[in-house]
Ligand binder design. Sequence first.
Ligand code: RP5
Length: 196
Amino acid sequence: MQPELCRRPSIPRSLRSGWNPIAPRIIDSMIEQPLVGVVMGSKSDYEVLVAAVEILRALQIPHEAKIVSAHRTPDRLYEYAETAKARGLRVIVAGAGGAAHLPGMLAAKTLVPVLGVPVAATQLNGLDSLLSIVQMPKGVPVGTLAIGKPGAANAALFAAEILATTDSALYERLAAWRAARTQEVLDQKLGEESPT
Ligand code: RP5
């Protein structure tokens, strides 16, 4: 861990005041040993999975993002899953479209929790991917999130919640992030509404 990160206050100002996924300090979290692996079946999936990466950056969670295709690079998939625990990964977020066997195959090869994100990549608009990921047979679980960017963002938040069970500083950042989202809504006004 970077010494600078150790000295930081547990609740970053960016999380208290609003959404700021590109604050300079977050770059530090990219060069630490990753705790969360974000993998996707294709570069085209990054348009969706970037929503997970932005959350991880904002919460200062060390992470990595890689392309791992279950059917085009199966050997890479096996290597990724087999080395995940030893490399220190605590959660894997896996997004894929179509038949979407990436999350399930990763889960079959590691005990690191896998969170699956269905990507809308075919004429079935992600329903194919959703059903493929959510219908894992008994014995090899994949936590399945919603289709698309909301699911990717929630996968990262879920990963953060898992990590926060053993990281009180992250718990504080997560609480601040949630409080900021609440405040955003409380601050919203419709044209007809009188200020309260
Ligand atoms: C899946 O096929 C990928 O996860 C992606 O969602 C979809 C299309 O891939 P590309 O043709 O864009 O590479 O394996």
